[in-house]
Design a protein around this ligand. Structure first.
Ligand code: SF4
Ligand code: SF4
Length: 221
């Protein structure tokens, strides 16, 4: 999702790489669960997030849609996000004690917080969001440790490829006059990257790259 804000207004002014130290460690959040509540549609899920949820919970995409995720339009494309619900207006994975019940396979945005991603030149770096986390006593941690993601080099390439693919699709959709054609492509993306399963016995990234190159070739991107 594009945010039209000036980086200097929301960050400490620095950009960080995987091996940099950043003041992001909330020390286990200590009873706070603010960023799991009242987040609206902002926790957008990428294909890897959905793959992990389906695999670890043993649910299909349609079953996740029943109460755990929802769909909304983001820059012309339909994407899933974590659903906030109930009196607490919270993520359905937040348990009664205020802990994440899917910590081991929580989505990428949850792993990042309070870091964000700054995309530029077909790549990205991390930045520290200074107005989001209320814990003022955060300590320094290496970015790589904080995001706690296996095969992090492949993961970063995937994040970058997915982000810029969606940007290219947005531009492409603006050139298409026929409404029906736009709808078909939006549904093709949803079906290919979210509904259709990625086989658990095979490398996720290889399967993703194969699908990405097929869709890009179909759209002449
Ligand atoms: S998945 Fe876990 S960390 Fe992410 S919003 Fe839900 S409860 Fe919070
Ligand atoms: S606002 Fe900060 S301390 Fe509270 S749950 Fe989020 S990351 Fe943890």
């Amino acid at each position: 999702m594009k945010r039209n804000v000036d980086l200097k207004d929301i960050s400490d002014g620095n950009l960080y790489g995987l091996n940099d130290m950043v003041k992001a460690d909330c020390q286990d959040c200590k009873g706070c669960s603010d960023c799991c509540r009242g987040m609206g549609e902002s926790i957008i899920l990428d294909p890897l997030d959905i793959h992990r949820l389906k695999e670890n919970l043993g649910l299909s995409f349609d079953e996740l849609l029943q109460d755990k995720i929802e769909l909304h339009l983001v820059d012309g494309v339909i994407l899933p996000n974590l659903k906030m619900s109930g009196e607490r207006d919270c993520c359905t994975f937040l348990d009664e004690t205020g802990r994440c019940s899917i910590h081991g396979f929580r989505p990428g945005i949850c792993r990042l917080f309070p870091l964000g991603r700054y995309y530029e030149n077909r790549s990205f770096q991390y930045f520290l969001q200074v107005h989001e986390c209320k814990n003022t006593n955060r300590s320094k941690v290496k970015v790589k440790k904080w995001i706690d993601t296996p095969e992090v080099t492949k993961y970063q390439q995937f994040i970058s490829d997915w982000h810029f693919f969606l940007n290219d699709v947005e531009d492409w959709l603006e050139t298409v006059v026929e409404e029906q054609m736009r709808k078909e492509v939006v549904l093709l993306i949803l079906q290919t990257f979210y509904v259709q399963i990625f086989h658990s016995g095979k490398d996720f990234y290889e399967q993703f790259n194969q699908r990405l190159s097929e869709v890009k070739s179909y759209l002449h991107l």
